[in-house]
Design a binder for this molecule. Structure first.
Ligand code: SF4
Length: 131
């Protein structure tokens, strides 16, 4: 099989096949090339969406587990009450708990009973619904 690049259709073609000789087949090649260009244009548009998607992903990557400044007792209380950054129950999250105080947008908040940073989507065994 001998393959060459056809600059007219901007596609690799098999010179020995009938498709290269047949004008109708060449139209198929042009259609494939045009569809490929449309696809690449669509992908290029998708690339422009990546930063927005990355931003959403970054919001999801907020971590509120830095307990370095807490006393051993405060750390133990977090552990004993099984604090986690991601609630296992979407209906019970720190941001709808009576003990939660929100922080700045996209930052950790705080809790009236557990010390240290608290994730808005977090949870612990002391959760109580806001009134
Ligand atoms: S008590 Fe628990 S669930 Fe409620 S805000 Fe504090 S850490 Fe979150």
């Amino acid at each position: 099989m001998k393959v060459t690049f056809d600059f007219k259709t901007r596609a690799w073609v098999d010179c020995e096949s009938d498709r290269h000789q047949n004008p109708l087949a060449m139209n198929d090649q042009i259609l494939v090339s045009l569809r490929r260009r449309a696809f690449l244009r669509a992908c290029a548009g998708g690339v422009a969406l990546i930063p927005a998607a990355a931003l959403v992903a970054c919001k999801g990557s907020l971590s509120c587990n830095d307990t370095a400044g807490l006393s051993p007792e405060e750390q133990k209380m977090r552990a004993d009450n099984k604090y986690v950054d991601t609630s296992p129950d979407a209906a019970k999250r720190c941001d709808n708990c009576i003990q939660f105080t929100a922080g700045a947008p996209d930052k950790c908040g705080s809790c009236k009973v557990l010390k240290g940073p608290i994730h808005p989507a977090g949870f612990c065994n002391l959760w109580a619904a806001k009134g």
